[in-house]
Design a protein around this ligand. Structure first.
Ligand SMILES: NC(=O)c1ccc[n+]([C@@H]2O[C@H](COP(=O)([O-])OP(=O)(O)OC[C@H]3O[C@@H](n4cnc5c(N)ncnc54)[C@H](O)[C@@H]3O)[C@@H](O)[C@H]2O)c1
Length: 365
């Protein structure tokens, strides 16, 4: 995918004056990042152009010697990510609750000829102190952290809205189900808070502390972070929460000193890991697209390596990615109206750096 010529990145569908449409390729645009940004609001409002927000992830070559912290690295997407980052020359510090596969992966990569560091840190992301441990390990070994990825996740545990629930059984607290919120949302909130501090620290070795250093926080959400999926009640609520966290942080963290921190979300659809074990056959028989864990890892690495995108939400399907958040923002005037769009932005601006809310004691108990 990374080898596709840039010209293919801007396929547009255009309506001619008689109302029929044709597919075309816009040839005059050299950028490969977010082609949607190249379309003006007036072009979109006039309904003349249909846009794509496809994101073509660059490879990880620019991540050589970068220091990356991530969670959920023992299996699935996280393990692919550890491998891909390490093979790109990044120093990788990864946490997971599963010690055996985590240690085995770190041991295997450490014994390779690569000079890049790799370290497994046993952690439960629902523990604040455990999240701190991973960042500390990276900072002590390398003197800085460049990129942080909250990836650990847990699938739906039981049926939270079981139609068989009775007035008696509903009295029992659904602890197992709520663990999903603890891992997927509380864990990412903890991780993001600690990341925001470590990512803005000066480099202990005197490198990379300039305002131009690229720092990023990537939050793994899901397709369930922006749409429904039958039966995934708690999972969906937690992953929508992760999307909310990305939206809340994309502004303030970019204003961090001495360098801004980019915040993005990753929204994979069906990916062939333990999380979806047991449903692959049905999915495959229906002919629906799915991702390998390596596909998702490549998009995450691309978001880190691309160095510009902030506030993006990368939907991943069949190994390809689209920045769905960019599409949502760019078309607001169409589905909300121009006045409402402008008012929304004015309201956000009015609250400025957020001090109105943070300092407002009357709303705190
Ligand atoms: N597989 C999919 O179809 C899919 C789709 C959308 C989003 N995702 C998300 O991708 C991420 C990776 O999931 P995956 O598909 O690789 O699943 P996976 O089960 O293979 O991997 C999840 C990893 O998270 C770790 N983990 C779970 N609870 C933890 C805890 N409390 N503390 C530390 N580590 C913990 C697991 O041990 C495992 O290594 C998750 O956030 C998941 O929600 C997956």
């Amino acid at each position: 995918m990374g080898d596709e010529p840039a010209i293919q990145l801007l396929k547009v569908r255009q309506l001619n004056s008689s109302g029929s449409s044709f597919e075309g390729v816009q040839t005059s645009v050299p950028s490969k990042a977010v082609d949607l940004d190249l379309l003006s609001s007036s072009q979109l409002a006039a309904g003349k152009l249909k846009m794509t927000t496809q994101f073509h992830p660059p490879d990880g070559a620019s991540l050589k010697d970068k220091v990356v912290v991530l969670t959920g690295g023992a299996l699935g997407v996280g393990a692919s990510l550890v491998r891909l980052l390490h093979s790109s020359g990044a120093h990788v510090f990864f946490g997971d609750i599963l010690s055996e596969p985590g240690q085995a992966l770190a041991g295997e990569l450490s014994s390779s000829s690569s000079a890049s560091k790799v370290q497994f840190v046993q952690c439960d992301v629902t523990s604040y102190a455990d999240n701190v441990k991973i960042f500390k390990a990276a900072y002590e070994a390398c003197g800085r952290v460049d990129h942080a990825i909250a990836n650990a996740g847990l699938g739906e545990q039981g049926n939270f809205f079981d139609p068989e629930l009775t007035m008696e059984s509903v009295e029992e607290e659904p602890r197992k189900s709520i663990k999903v919120v603890d891992v997927n949302l509380k864990g990412e909130l903890y991780f993001a808070r600690i990341a925001s501090v470590y990512l803005r620290q000066p480099d202990l070795n005197g490198k990379g502390a300039t305002a131009t250093a690229d720092k990023s926080l990537t939050l793994v959400s899901s397709v369930a972070g922006f749409r429904e999926d039958p039966g995934l009640y708690v999972y969906i609520a937690s992953k929508h929460g992760v999307m909310g966290l990305m939206r809340a942080l994309k502004g303030p963290l970019m204003r961090s000193q001495p360098h801004g921190i980019r915040t993005n979300a990753i929204c994979p659809w069906m990916t062939r890991t333990r999380l979806v074990a047991g449903i692959e056959d049905t999915w495959h028989a229906a002919g629906l697209p799915s991702n390998t864990p390596e596909d998702v890892a490549s998009v995450i690495v691309g978001v880190l390596a691309e160095g510009k995108v902030n506030g993006g939400a990368m939907y991943i399907e069949g190994g390809r990615a689209w920045n769905v958040e960019a599409g949502l923002l760019k078309t607001r005037h169409e589905w909300l109206g121009e006045k409402q769009e402008a008012d929304l932005d004015r309201g956000t601006e009015l609250m400025g750096g957020g001090s109105h809310w943070v300092d407002n004691k009357s709303s705190q108990v």
